[in-house]
Design a protein around this ligand. Structure first.
Ligand SMILES: CC(C)(COP(=O)(O)OP(=O)(O)OC[C@H]1O[C@@H](n2cnc3c(N)ncnc32)[C@H](O)[C@@H]1OP(=O)(O)O)[C@@H](O)C(=O)NCCC(=O)NCCS
Length: 162
């Protein structure tokens, strides 16, 4: 697993490559390069890359398929961004990445993992499979490019120490 902060500009390039292809523009969820690089300067921020072949921390010459960006504070961590490029979806890479992120959080003593997602995001099925549950709703939190508003669901996973 690749851990931040990113001292490796190549990894930032690879995160941005996945970012550019993964988030539908109408939701306005993608971060720009500056937002990612600034976040990686903050203590407790880490990232994980997954390769097209399912390898974690793939070497720079291997195609990258997805990434996760997280920030922790004490024994809690937030999954800030999580994406797999469309051409690599539906093959279990998202599940492998999320599983690795949870195992790594567990190993570092994290007891609660949080995320925020827009209601009806199909990713919710994946999160539910790993045991995330909705603990709060922010009505009309996301504003789409169309002007439409969507609720945000705050989700939590309690990690049982192993
Ligand atoms: C969420 C995401 C990372 C999943 O990646 P993935 O590699 O396709 O994940 P997997 O193949 O391991 O599993 C996908 C599972 O989640 C569901 N799923 C997740 N995203 C989905 C999507 N966009 N469309 C359809 N199903 C999706 C599927 O039902 C599937 O479950 P199944 O295997 O039981 O059919 C990917 O869809 C993505 O990058 N989405 C856009 C960015 C995003 O919304 N990120 C989450 C922000 S909260």
């Amino acid at each position: 697993m690749t851990l931040g902060p990113a001292d490796n500009g190549d990894d930032l390039d690879r995160i941005m490559e996945v970012m550019a292809g993964s988030f539908a523009p109408e939701y306005g969820e993608a971060w720009n390069r500056r937002q990612v690089s600034d976040s990686l300067l903050l203590a407790g921020t880490r990232y994980c890359l997954i390769g097209a072949d399912g390898s974690l921390a793939p070497p720079g010459e291997d195609p990258v398929a997805g990434f996760a960006l997280l920030r922790s504070m004490f024994d809690e961590e937030e999954l800030l961004l999580f994406a797999v490029l469309p051409q690599y979806r539906g093959k279990g890479l998202g599940a492998a990445l999320l599983g690795a992120v949870i195992a790594d959080a567990n190993a570092r003593g994290i007891s609660r993992l949080f995320l925020e997602m827009r209601r009806n995001n199909p990713a919710g099925k994946l999160y539910a499979r790993f045991g995330f549950r909705t603990i709060g709703i922010r009505p009309r939190y996301y504003r789409l490019a169309s002007g439409e508003r969507l609720d945000a669901l705050s989700q939590e996973l309690i990690i049982t120490a192993k």
